[in-house]
Each structure stands twice: as structure tokens, then as C-alpha cells.
Design a protein around this ligand. Structure first.
Ligand code: GLN
Length: 307
């Protein structure tokens, strides 16, 4: 049943002609072939259903913000909220405007400024390499896959073109809201964004958010149930930046997008869904990925607003 649904969606996506625009502000991402599409669903019993280019690696980009948020909540608990807020921004992912009005405190952990603040909070005086290793170990552990790694070319490309993110970080630091050196924080942030994963791996990585913080397939308790619920609510409210309202309306599930064209979506109690298609809509979220998720929720009835 699920396999059939995914095969049908992949078939339909293959013939779409309007595929959006591949992100080119990170030159290393501009080379990705826009004709690709993958989808995978992992269920709590450990099954993974997949179709299309579901085993092809892509840059997870901002989807990584869900993982660093989880690390941050595990490490700091509610103290994390002294560094970053939890309101939707209604602004693009790399916007600086609200930062000035709100004294350099980012609105939420899923926009760039917020994710940079989370990295600063979890560094705790440690070297960038140590923190990068911690993030990678976390991603490998939740995915139950030690082959996952950074794409150093993507990280270097982002570091080279870091002006906008560096501006956000320096601006926050000028308000005293960042403790560490901006370039060290950004080095970690760009490495977390560069993590390369497939839809199959990413769907598995989301399983802990499907079952109240526990990955039922591996038995690993990743985070407290209360925090898992809150991460899902942040994904719903903020996971697609100024496209979050539209995503909630069209899909009705917590989701986090990345400019690599991936989206991780959680259907609590049911499954973790990863889609990938590199072409983006005007607000920077995967065009076909969103479309595929709309089809999936129509066919499965999965929603947090209905049963
Ligand atoms: N690394 C990207 C950036 O900082 C992440 C943005 C995204 O995926 N929306 O610009």
C-alpha cells in the first residue's frame, strides 16, 4: 500500500515540467541536476519504503537545524530559550530585519540567525572540530548509519560565500548575544548544513520525532517526550520560514526544509517522510518536494489536524 503510493508519486513527479530553481547562492549547490526526485517513508516498526532517487545523497542544509536544536535542548534544556526565541518570523531564512528590533535575539532556532545562536550555545568553549564531531555522531546515531558524513566542498563553498550569515552573526554578537568567535561558529554551522544524506537515511533520522523522542526501530531514547513534541511544534510553525503557514495549510504536518531541496516531515505516531527535489519555490523550499507531500497526505490521510 505505502510502496504503491510512493511509486505513484515518484511517477507523477518525474513528468513535472515546472521544477523550481536550484539554489545558486552557494556555488557548490548550483551544479545539482534538477531532474532528480526522491521520497522515503520510515515507520516505527523499522520499515523504510522508498521511490525515485531515494538513495542519492544530497546536502541536507537547514534540515540540520532540527538536529542541532535537539542537541541544544538535550544539553541546555529550557536554558536554550535565553539564546533564541520560539515564534515564527514570517521573514526569509536569512533575514536580518527582526534582529535589529529584537536586540539581536533571533525569533526561532530554524532560521539562520537562530541556528547560528544554537551552535554558539552548544559550543560551550569547545573547539569547532569537537562540536562538529558531536553533531555528526548525533546524526549517525539517530539515522543508525555510520556512513553519513560532511560534504567538505559544500562547507568550504559556504564559508567562502559567508557574507550574509557572517553579517547575521556579527550583528547578534554586537548585542552580546554570541559568546564565541564568529568564524568558528560559522565553520560549525556550515559543516552541519553540508551533511550529505539520502531520503532513506533522512527518513530514518526523523523516527525519534514520530514516537515521542524514542527511535522505536533502534530503541534509542533521543530526547524527552515533552521536548520531542515541542520540536515538532517548532517545525510546524517555523520550519519553512515565510512559507510555514502555506506548508501547514497544504501539508498539515511538521516539516523542515533545506535549500538543498530536501524536506523532512513528521507524521506523529505514523511515520517520518523525507522528500528531495533540488528545484526550489520562491521562498526557498523544494517545489516538487512540497507537491509530493501534498499528494502523500491526501493519499494517506496523515495530518496533525484530523484523524
Ligand atoms: N546553509 C544555508 C545558509 O546558511 C542554509 C539555508 C537553508 O537551507 N535554508 O544559507
Amino acid at each position: 500500500m505505502m510502496q504503491q503510493i510512493l511509486d505513484d508519486i515518484a511517477e507523477q513527479m518525474a513528468i513535472e515540467t515546472k521544477r523550481g530553481k536550484v539554489a545558486d547562492y552557494i556555488p557548490q549547490l548550483a551544479h545539482v541536476d534538477p531532474s532528480q526526485f526522491g521520497i522515503a517513508v520510515a515507520t516505527p516498526d523499522g520499515q523504510v519504503y522508498a521511490a525515485g532517487d531515494a538513495s542519492t545523497l544530497f546536502s541536507i542544509q537547514s534540515i540540520s537545524k532540527v538536529f542541532t536544536l535537539t542537541i541544544g535542548l538535550n544539553k541546555l534544556g529550557s536554558e536554550l530559550w535565553t539564546h533564541v526565541g520560539r515564534e515564527p518570523s514570517g521573514d526569509p531564512f536569512n533575514s536580518i530585519t527582526i534582529l535589529e528590533y529584537e536586540a539581536g535575539r533571533p525569533r526561532n532556532p530554524l532560521i539562520n540567525a537562530g541556528a547560528i545562536a544554537v551552535v554558539d550555545a552548544i559550543m560551550m568553549g569547545r573547539q569547532p572540530k569537537t562540536v562538529m564531531t558531536e553533531i555528526l555522531q548525533f546524526v549517525r546515531s539517530v539515522s543508525d548509519d555510520d556512513s553519513i558524513g560532511f560534504d567538505h566542498k559544500v562547507a568550504a563553498s559556504e564559508m567562502q560565500h559567508r557574507d550574509r550569515n557572517a553579517a547575521l552573526a556579527h550583528f547578534m554578537k554586537s548585542f552580546g548575544n554570541l559568546e564565541h568567535e564568529v568564524d568558528e561558529i560559522l565553520d560549525i554551522y556550515f559543516h552541519q548544513c553540508s551533511v550529505a544524506m539520502s531520503c532513506e537515511q533522512l527518513a530514518r533520522a526523523g523516527l525519534f520525532l514520530v514516537s515521542n523522542g524514542i527511535n522505536q526501530a533502534t530503541g534509542v531514547k533521543v530526547i524527552k517526550p515533552q521536548q520531542s513534541r515541542r520540536i515538532n511544534s517548532l517545525m510546524m510553525m517555523c520550519g519553512h520560514y515565510d512559507g510555514s503557514g502555506e506548508f501547514a495549510y497544504q501539508v498539515g504536518l511538521p516539516g523542515k526544509s533545506g535549500v538543498g531541496g530536501g524536506i523532512l516531515t513528521i507524521a506523529p505516531g505514523k511515520g517520518s517522510i523525507a522528500v528531495w527535489s533540488p528545484g526550489l519555490n520562491p521562498v526557498g523550499n523544494s517545489k516538487l518536494g512540497t507537491k509530493a507531500l501534498q499528494l502523500l497526505v491526501e493519499k494517506t490521510g496523515w495530518s496533525v489536524f484530523a484523524n
